[in-house]
Design a protein around this ligand. Structure first.
Ligand code: PMP
Length: 284
């Protein structure tokens, strides 16, 4: 693979970042994952906007303009001949040359790392036909989940708990209410009504969430942004998750309880189709 580090494109084995990089020592950095379908970037503008917001919240300078980010993404996709897959990008606070809790001077250049992952047939995932099973786990993450930081240890632990339980993912629960999945936003469906937690610092503001809710309203579905409990989710007609890499994925079982028929529901299937159609049309 050809990866990108601080303005250079080079073979992955030659890419190097300092041991003093604050991303490595303090998880002091942010990231984005943009899907590629047919060689084009899905919802690139949405990812740029959120990246800028995450950086701002952490008082980090955005090292590139949106046009420069686009060019870097396109170069990586082309050099790695990615048809379907994703581009990962992270910006960390850089290498102050030593370890210190205080932020280094604001003019220290951040570290930019980008790489691709090839996923042929990404949009034709067989899992979308069968749906995901999830378990619930306590949400014990920090209080700024709206910032897309590289501090992902607890979501990894939750994903491992799901794997050990023989299911696909975990839904995180706080004060009795579902916040989100390990790396996706969570929804339940009752009749024609789609229910998903409102935006706050409790959850990541999903790029896919914003697009899917817009398409749902356009398709005359009712969208209600409110919290829901695990028990309510288990009694729902259907459920699904959204993320930039899984798009819209049906959820068919929660903590061993089948939802409805135990098969993916029509609302999730329809939203997945609309999302993929519309986003392919708008891809850059
Ligand atoms: N919540 C969390 C915790 C996530 O990590 C992600 C994926 N990055 C999402 C939600 C979904 O966000 P998006 O649709 O922008 O991928």
């Amino acid at each position: 693979r050809i990866v990108h580090v601080n303005g250079e494109f080079l073979p992955e084995a030659e890419a190097k970042v300092s041991v003093f990089d604050r991303g490595f020592l303090m998880a002091d950095g942010v990231y984005e994952v943009t899907s590629v379908l047919g060689g084009k970037l899905i919802d690139f503008a949405g990812h740029c906007l959120r990246l800028a917001r995450s950086l701002r919240e952490l008082e980090m300078t955005n090292p590139h303009t949106d046009a420069e980010w686009l060019e870097l993404h396109r170069q990586l996709v082309a050099r790695n001949e990615i048809v379907d897959g994703m581009v990962y990008l992270q910006v960390t606070r850089g290498n102050p040359g030593d370890r210190d809790f205080a932020y280094p001077a604001a003019d220290l250049p951040p570290t930019v790392v980008m790489f691709t992952q090839s996923k042929p047939g990404l949009a034709e995932s067989p899992a979308a036909k069968t749906g995901w099973k999830v378990i619930s786990v306590d949400d014990i993450r920090w209080g700024r989940r709206d910032i897309k930081t590289v501090q992902l240890l607890y979501p990894s632990m939750a994903k491992m708990a799901a794997k050990k339980a023989g299911v696909d993912d975990a839904w995180l629960v706080e004060d009795g209410f579902v916040t989100e999945g390990t790396s996706n936003n969570a929804y339940i469906v009752k009749g024609n009504r789609i229910i998903t937690r409102a935006l706050s610092s409790d959850i990541l503001h999903g790029i896919t969430r914003a697009a899917v809710l817009r398409f749902a309203v356009e398709a005359q579905m009712e969208v209600v942004e409110r919290s829901f409990t695990l028990a309510e989710a288990q009694e729902a007609d259907e459920a699904f998750i959204t993320s930039a890499s899984a798009f819209v994925m049906p959820v068919v079982q929660i903590d061993g309880k089948d939802l409805g028929t135990g098969k993916p529901g029509p609302v999730a299937a329809r939203l997945r189709e609309i999302y993929l159609d519309e986003m392919r049309k708008a891809a850059v």
